[in-house]
Design a protein around this ligand. Sequence first.
Ligand code: CTP
Ligand code: CA
Length: 219
Amino acid sequence: IIAAFRPKILANKRVLVTAGPTFEPIDPVRGITNLSSGKMGYAIARAARQAGAEVTLVSGPTGLPAPYGVHRINVQTAQQMHDVVLSRAAGHEIFVAVAAVADWRIANASAQKLKKNEAGDVPQLQFEPNPDILAAVASLQNKPYCVGFAAESENLLEYGEAKRKRKGIPLLVGNIGHQTFGKDENELVLFDDKGHQSLPRADKQELARQLIGEIAARI
Ligand code: CTP
Ligand code: CA
């Protein structure tokens, strides 16, 4: 159906979405990042907007154009994503965390470009943990309905339910990540307090529409 004629199941709802990878600098010209095209998060932001929601998309570097009618805020690091999300989360009914957030950042990042030396020394990088954005939002007093994503490489059914409980969220969406990164198709497993349910392999935009339907039915 043409988007305009679909029922506006999220009318009058404000939806906050994170998408894409984060980028953690090592020095001004280098950094570490996660594998994520941003396609699934952007598809969810688009589907939420088509369902009538007011959508804010907090995005790491993806190179994707902002979906029509979606307010996008660009960030680089996990800390920046955290700060933008936490300053806005309480004003939203729904938060969908799709971003592949770097779990660690470089504690001793250099303000100057690191140079090779004659001895062939290699940089000694130290890591420190990034804040967990989803867990922080899920522990707010005035929290939105929180949806997490988990890209696992194995044991999806077991890890998915464990992660949902650990994050303290009502809905977690799992997939076998590395098989779908950058692709236009995906297949999802939804975990909630009643168990799990599969959304079979389909185009990411179609899966995003189905997921928005599942979220709307739960709020
Ligand atoms: N997430 C987040 N902030 C982080 C790490 C993860 O908001 N610092 C969110 C992701 O956007 C996703 C969910 O938490 O919605 C699960 O991310 P995942 O990396 O699978 O979980 P982790 O708790 O980081 O566990 P691990 O990477 O060890 O499997
Ligand atoms: Ca992680």
